[in-house]
Design a protein around this ligand. Structure first.
Ligand SMILES: C[S@@+](CC[C@H](N)C(=O)[O-])C[C@H]1O[C@@H](n2cnc3c(N)ncnc32)[C@H](O)[C@@H]1O
Length: 304
């Protein structure tokens, strides 16, 4: 497998160092299955212009939307991971803005963008505020282009807290009430964020954990799908895509971050990248009989 620096239709993975708006021009219409990204929040980060404000955020999104829409296949998905813009003590949920722009700009098209989930990503660490409740979540908006979609729920099921629970009434009385393969992970995802001692930490100031795009990739695309991250930062989406045997397209403006992304995607291709496994924190009462995994469930998970 090779990493190309420019689009090539024989590509496996393409990492572009430059403005995503230029990269989009190289990507053919309706050629991407899944877009996952976290754009700049215009909050004075090292990679942002200090003059950028909420109007800059809106303008950037209006500018890139036509290409995002054009290159996405009908039935493809877009996952936009954002938090809050804070200005003069006022917090602005960026997903409200993204939702308005994406739905308004696509509403008259044959395949409008349809919001399927607003996923709350919650994490344990962050700045401690004394003026309001400390922020411990961001969101991911999952849209599909039109009515069709891919949703591989079995690929992302998580263990039940009490897998041995049985139905106590109705036609299935006495049978296990849960799915043998695990439960739906819901739209609230508790995944540790990447802080200093996280195994995946790089020099990028705003990395998300690999587990986040990995879950989206497993659920919302099939093997060999083309996954794009136009603001790839340290290449987290790319590493997840490679691990999940998808093809990856990514752009990053800043050369230092681009080099980190290149190295991480290369390591993912070689199988040497260290990742924190997506292990949901469940703390059942182990003395309880219903906390034990039934043999039937064990066999189903082992594919027997
Ligand atoms: C929030 S960070 C993404 C972090 C990424 N999810 C990760 O896990 O590392 C946004 C990134 O977009 C990059 N960026 C900003 N404007 C860009 C543009 N026009 N084209 C490509 N990349 C851009 C920034 O340099 C920054 O690294």
């Amino acid at each position: 497998m090779k990493i190309y620096k420019h689009y090539n239709d024989k590509f496996q993975n393409v990492l572009y160092c430059g403005d995503c708006k230029k990269f989009f021009k190289e990507i053919p219409d309706e050629s991407v299955d899944l877009i996952i990204t976290s754009p700049p929040y215009c909050m004075g980060k090292a990679y942002e212009d200090p003059a950028d404000d909420i109007e800059t955020f809106k303008k950037q999104h209006m500018e890139i939307f036509p290409d995002i829409y054009r290159i996405l296949k009908p039935g493809g998905s877009v996952c936009w991971q954002v938090g809050y813009h804070i200005s003069e003590s006022c917090i602005i949920p960026l997903d409200f803005i993204v939702y308005d722009i994406f739905t308004n700009l696509s509403k008259d098209k044959i395949f409008p963008l349809i919001l399927r989930n607003r996923i709350i990503w919650t994490f344990g660490h962050g700045l401690n505020s004394v003026k309001r409740f400390s922020g411990r979540h961001e969101t991911i908006l999952w849209f599909t282009k039109g009515d069709q979609k891919i949703f591989n729920l079995d690929a992302v099921r998580i263990p039940q807290k009490y897998p041995g629970k049985k139905s106590y009434r109705g036609p299935h009385k006495g049978e296990f009430s849960g799915n043998p393969l695990g439960k739906n992970p819901s739209d609230v995802w508790d995944i540790p964020n990447v802080k200093a001692n996280h195994i995946e930490k790089t020099n990028h100031p705003c990395q998300y954990p690999i587990a986040l795009p990995q879950r989206l990739i497993r659920a919302l695309s099939d093997a060999q799908a083309v996954v794009l991250d136009p603001f790839m930062g340290s290449g987290t989406t790319g590493a997840a895509a490679v691990i999940e045997k998808r093809r990856f397209l990514g752009a990053e403006l800043n050369e230092q971050y681009y080099n980190i992304a290149f190295e991480r995607v290369s390591m993912a291709m070689e199988g040497t990248l260290k990742i924190r496994e997506d292990k949901p924190a469940i703390k059942p009462n182990l003395n309880s009989a219903v906390a034990q995994l039934p043999n039937e469930f064990k066999m189903a998970r082992e594919g027997k």
